[in-house]
Design a binder for this molecule. Sequence first.
Ligand code: TYM
Length: 339
Amino acid sequence: MEKSKKENHLVFSGVQPTGNLHLGNYLGAIKNWVNLQKTNKCIFCIVDLHAITTSENRQEIKKNTREVAAAYIAAGIDPNKNIIFAQSNVSGHSELSWILSCHTPIGWLNRMTQFKDKAGKNKEKAPLGLYSYPVLMAADILLYKSTHVPVGEDQKQHLELCRDIAQAFNRNYNHNFFPIPEPVITGKATRVMSLKDGSKKMSKSDPSEQSRINMTDDSEMIRKKIQKAKTDSLPFPNEILELDNRPEILNLINIFAALSNLSSEKIISDYKIKDFSAFKKDLSNLVGEEISKISVEMKKLLEDESYLDTIIKKGSERADEISEKNLKELKNIIGFFGA
Ligand code: TYM
């Protein structure tokens, strides 16, 4: 992002309150937000309306909402400078989602791979909300006229759809109402993979606790998980080209790179003369230092529910103000009575 333009930037992103926040959420998204807040206006949402699209995530939403707020703050997001809020507390999200759904061809939604993955073979029984989820996500972003959206790589297709919807709306009404938001997919670990299977994304819903490092893990748990992380029978790679067919090693090196700010080349040259156990030991220390600091802070914050509730409530009020103003302008453009 160019410095001179930052005055007009509005950064928006969100995490679902579905429990088990993990290293992928941190490296793919939240860690980058901590940097972006220094020079940009930012809105960080806890997307609880998205969390109810699948039945297994409908329990404990309130608890998980507080957990996400605690993770944001513990990772270094300043709740006074930025807006932290719960999506369901701002009705504009659902309202804009409906309006945008009227401007979204079904063919565009049929291309969404996440729906295909999540609905699986049981497409006929999948809820409509799971199918139209990307339209709600576009509404989240466009409601605030956001310009930049920092996310992990798995959200790229949804952001492309969001841009298409914004352009379609602007074209339909011959009005440059929505800025076309830029995806910000940065860092060295935009797609963190499972510690048990390098072909699968690290995910909140993986039944194996060993597959992910949770943001609430302490350094001992982290050490054990990294020690047991899957590798292969070959020695530590000699050069970067060898990583093409070694997804588990590539993943661990990417995590190392993201946390140490060293290039993959430098990491390989440092460890090729050592062995995997030395690499894993240093990786455990790196992850342990950064994540356990966050987990200690999260635990402290979670003990003070009323503090977290006040942050979310105040943030929701600030978000609602922007939402109301933008929706009024948008309804006027559409030509609704009374707008
Ligand atoms: P969610 O809750 O699945 O994930 C939150 C953020 O974490 C990133 N992420 C990862 N990054 C790297 N490696 C991984 N293994 C990994 N797993 C998750 C995600 O890319 C995301 O940035 N649809 C979104 C939530 C959302 C949203 C929005 C995001 C709803 N509305 C508007 C941005 C803007 C989701 O399900 O994220």
